[in-house]
Ligand binder design. Sequence first.
Ligand SMILES: *Cc1c(COP(=O)(O)O)cnc(C)c1O
Length: 452
Amino acid sequence: MSDEVKVVLSEKDIPTAWYNIQADLPEPLPPPINPATKEPIGPEALAPIFPMALIQQEVSQEKWIDIPGEVIDIYRLWRPSPLYRARNLEKALDTPAEIYYKWEGVSPAGSHKPNTAIAQAYYNKAEGVKRLSTETGAGQWGSALSLATCLFGLECTVYMVRVSYDQKPYRKSMMHTWGAEVFPSPTDRTNAGRAVLAKDPDCLGSLGIAISEAVEDAATREDTKYSLGSVLNHVLLHQTVVGLEAKKQFEAIGKYPDVLIGCAGGGSNFAGFAFPFLADALTKGKKMTVTAVEPTACPTMTKGPKRYDFGDTAMTTPLLMMHTLGHTFIPPGIHAGGLRYHGMAPLVSHLIDLGFIEPVAYHQNPVFEAVIKFARTEGFILAPETAHAVKATIDAALEAKKAGQKRVIVFNNSGHGHFDLGSYDAYLAKQLEDFELPQSTIDEALKEVPVV
Ligand SMILES: *Cc1c(COP(=O)(O)O)cnc(C)c1O
């Protein structure tokens, strides 16, 4: 009964509805506001860049939102994803804790990101959109959206942060394989990009800049909408297939996790995994520890205050209430661990404030040390982002050992690292530097955050 290594569901166990945590919040989420008027925005403000179905999901208070059949049909290519028990890691740590992970690396793009990319492409296609524009950092989101647009017969244009475009050529190859066009951002194709290049022709780019370019592209073309891979409510909603499946898998083995862990860049894989469990904390008072992990080089949750801020550098988005390092933040070039966005999903930020989520930050060397221990016990080579969750998991398992407690720990294994081996090489060659973003840099960037 309980000596399984992986818990596998069948295709008929793929969830048929996404879970919307907004229905269960003890206090409603502060709404997005218009930067000029400081009033809450209406749906019409988002209509030039998003299809109406997604705008409705963004503000929906319905607890369950049906997943369209055509989306489920594509989910069937890799869903349900397996839940593993990390028995070899448990043994290596000599811990009484049980360690599990939900493995999202089985998707064609290698991460959780297609869970929302497929849904977004579907709704855009249904509303007659011909082309999607987006940004990508390391390339995981760009490749996921390229896959999704390819399967639905849409065109796709990706603005890829320049430093990744140069350093991670194979993700670009994936996007090209799925038929997308890819430009290194900042580009000279948009006003936002040209403005940055005028100040700094060698700019390495940032997610904030690439978002500005992709939004401008969509806003200025009739046939095009914009697609975002994290942060927004509808993105987190689509990712709840992960947690809903994981809950069923724990049910199947008669267990319930005590500790849930995910890495958080914009917050989508963490939220999609944790929210269906947090539903039990919100509605039934169930006790659990839910940890969101970030790098000390981009400490959005642990050091960024919760403020209304722009989602992008050029200040074109509505203001979102979120933990932020300021929309002008550009992450240090020496950081190899991903998770570089300046903000955090409003829903995750809200639940941190309400005390349901505990954020922690780790330096990149201990993070890589942990993920290499994982590779040498469990075999899988994970994304540097995911590595943050592994570090927190190992710490939780060692804490359980110290306390002599048989805790059940689970982390969301958000993707593989087969295109991130340069970071592994750098770690193994002892070339990674730990970097703590100085408070003075944060204070400086926060001066640019609008006063509301
Ligand atoms: C994009 C990505 C993340 C970070 O994004 P979130 O929106 O915070 O989930 C984490 N892990 C992997 C593998 C990713 O591709």
